[in-house]
Ligand binder design. Structure first.
Ligand code: EPZ
Length: 420
């Protein structure tokens, strides 16, 4: 297992290219199973999660090949209907094959993903959406099994107690695009990744309207075809590099970053004292002041993303006051907190929030990564800390950031990957 060694204290400067959005590509790859054809997806980062989805598609009978950042998928011929535990346990998003397999074959068997480091993560809304389209869904022997002679369009209210669900909205939308008749998803998630998947499906011949709002209308079609599609830039990767610039008092241009997808994050950075300039082909981030404290509460898009909560906790650890960071989407997503405390942060966790009392400096320590964004938070803390930080279990970070250490090095960071 690899680890990162970071010598903190360097200001970052220069330009970094933001890659394609992981959380768009995963469902788009699954959506290729909706029909028998060839697809070319551009702007695909080389990430562990994408390779896992490649394996899931191959296990189901599709051919998948990579050429740099372009992925080709061929779903012609027969496909299987089962996504096994061995793959789903590596990556929850494997459950995205459920909707497409039901839409194409009327049959799917997908392992239940189970819990993960950021909380319990139920799948009841996925099941609800697919049931309302007429699928018969049961949970047996740790698998979600679904059958449907025919999927029928329906009115579906999909919001859960914690708000809308990105995954359930996308799974239901994918299946409904091949149902007969019209479907309305009320209480839909509005995240840019949901929009991206809908745009991809429309490019393949689906008839989806209203994506990007709380109400999505889908007119089911008999046939979909293959297409060529370029995914949006990853807003969480852009946000993470923005925090890297801010926490090291640097100046970085985030090439290709889409400011309109990041408004809540950029506004918070501005409140903290960071200067942001939204440019035609990216965003410039510059920090030369002390870090102001501020409160953060995560929420569904266009709210502040839960996927940026850990990184901001690192940043606010070095602020000039007291901040309150609350995660209302994943209430237990605080595995980074005890690790940041080991680096000298003054953090006190209470149920779904953390009180962050700013300290003048962090000091390097040996820490353990627990999930993707928690690992990013530790890297950011390490870049700002004095001395050496050693982060173990960095395979988590490889799930969501392509070659992060090389890209940080090109901005002037001292970070190295080492075998343990
Ligand atoms: C997606 O997860 C992302 N993953 C997550 O990114 C992201 O944190 C999350 O959306 C929220 O933005 C992918 O896109 C692959 P949800 P998802 O369903 O779809 C509750 C990262 O770091 N809920 O929108 O699984 C759920 O518990 C990852 O890149 C139900 O109650 O999230 C949560 O409180 C981690 N029942 C809320 O909804 C359900 O059936 C939102 O979760 C489903 C979800």
């Amino acid at each position: 297992m690899d680890k990162f060694i970071i010598e903190g204290g360097n200001r970052l400067g220069g330009e970094v290219e933001i890659k394609g959005a992981k959380n768009s590509i995963l469902p788009i790859l699954a959506a290729t199973l909706l029909t028998e054809d060839e697809f070319v997806i551009e702007n695909v980062p080389l990430l562990r999660d994408i390779f896992t989805m490649k394996k899931v598609l191959e296990t189901l009978g599709a051919s998948v090949s990579f050429d740099q950042n372009v992925i080709s998928v061929d779903t012609r011929g027969t496909v299987g209907y089962e996504a096994p535990y061995e793959l789903v346990k590596q990556m929850r998003a494997s459950y995205y094959v459920l909707g497409p397999l039901l839409g194409r074959l009327g049959r799917a068997r997908v392992s239940l993903p189970g819990g993960c480091a950021i909380g319990p993560r139920p799948v009841d809304l996925h099941i609800k959406g697919l049931r309302e389209l007429g699928a018969n869904i049961s949970v047996v022997h740790g698998y979600i099994e679904g059958f449907a002679d025919k999927l029928e369009g329906s009115y579906i209210f999909l919001e859960g107690t914690n708000g809308p669900s990105v995954g359930a909205t996308i799974n239901t939308m994918m299946a409904a695009s091949r149902a007969s008749g019209n479907t309305i998803i009320e209480g839909a998630a509005m995240e840019p990744e949901v929009m991206d998947v809908a745009n991809f499906l429309n490019r393949c011949g689906a008839k989806i309207r209203g994506h990007g709002t709380r109400r999505i209308e889908i007119k089911g079609v008999k046939e979909l075809s293959g297409c060529r599609y370029r995914v949006i830039p990853d807003r969480i990767e852009a946000g993470t590099f923005a925090v890297a610039a801010a926490i090291t008092k640097g100046e970085v241009f985030l090439q290709n970053a889409e400011g309109s997808h990041l408004e809540a994050v950029l506004k918070k950075l501005e409140e903290i004292g960071v200067s942001i300039s939204r440019e035609r082909n990216g965003i410039k981030v510059k920090m030369d002041k002390e870090i102001n404290s501020t409160d953060i509460e995560t929420g569904p898009y266009p709210g502040f993303p839960t996927d940026m909560q850990a990184q901001f906790t690192s940043l606010l650890s070095l602020s000039n006051g007291v901040s309150l960071v609350r995660d209302k989407v994943f209430e237990g997503r605080f595995m980074h907190v005890p690790e940041l405390v080991r680096m000298g942060a003054n953090l006190r966790r209470k149920s779904d929030y953390v009180i962050v009392k700013g300290v003048p400096f962090l000091s390097g320590a040996k820490v353990m990564a627990s999930d993707l964004r928690a690992s990013a938070a530790l890297v950011l803390a390490g870049l700002a800390a004095s001395g050496t930080t050693e982060i173990r279990r960095i395979y988590h970070i490889d799930r969501g950031y392509e070659n992060i250490e090389k890209r940080l090095q090109s901005l002037g960071a001292q970070i190295w990957r080492r075998g343990e």
